[in-house]
Write a protein that binds this ligand. Sequence first.
Ligand code: GTP
Ligand code: MG
Length: 201
Amino acid sequence: MEINIKEARFISSSPDLKGCPPPKLPEFAFIGRSNVGKSSLINMLAMHGNLAKISSTPGKTKLINHFLINQNWYLVDLPGYGYAKVSKNQRSEFRQTILNYISKRDTLYCLYVLIDSRIPPQAIDLKFVNWLGENQVPFVVVFTKTDKLAQAEWHRNVDLFKDKLAEVWDELPPMIFSSSVKKTGRDDILTSIGQAMESAG
Ligand code: GTP
Ligand code: MG
């Protein structure tokens, strides 16, 4: 199924699952460490400069944000995990919100886990991805900010990440490489969204 984004509209910011729109349409959510580029990627997909709020200060997105696409599916911008500068209480609240959303949202077709291509594998990302695997959540890994390093350098980080996953899993998840600055990875993500819609019938 070919996916094309003709219209993108902000619907709601919800502090928890209860506040989300009724679970009636397919949705595709973006998650990853704070500042990894989730909101930027959503704007790139929607070809809309300021649909999702972007900030150089980590911890910008604190709520579950739903954007309605072509009036029939959602892109969802989730709060980042692992942000050190919030209280322990707040961090565990975020964590609970995120885990609750991922494990209970029946209309979540696919989760895109964003990984910063500039750095070697981080324990928090590996832990999260392994948790998704154990819980059979459908997900795709998206390496972000590939414009920042020479290809050989970020490829090394990707290979290290694959090695870490291969220690645990026989099969690796699909992987996409992106830059919101160079606008790369968009087609691959839209193709993946189309495939998820198709396989769901
Ligand atoms: P939180 O909502 O705070 O968790 O962050 P986020 O993951 O939504 O990141 P956001 O999109 O707000 O981007 C964080 C910073 O990284 C901003 O300064 C962006 O301009 C920058 N950034 C995002 N994507 C890219 C990219 O592909 N390349 C480069 N060079 N910078 C990027
Ligand atoms: Mg954000």
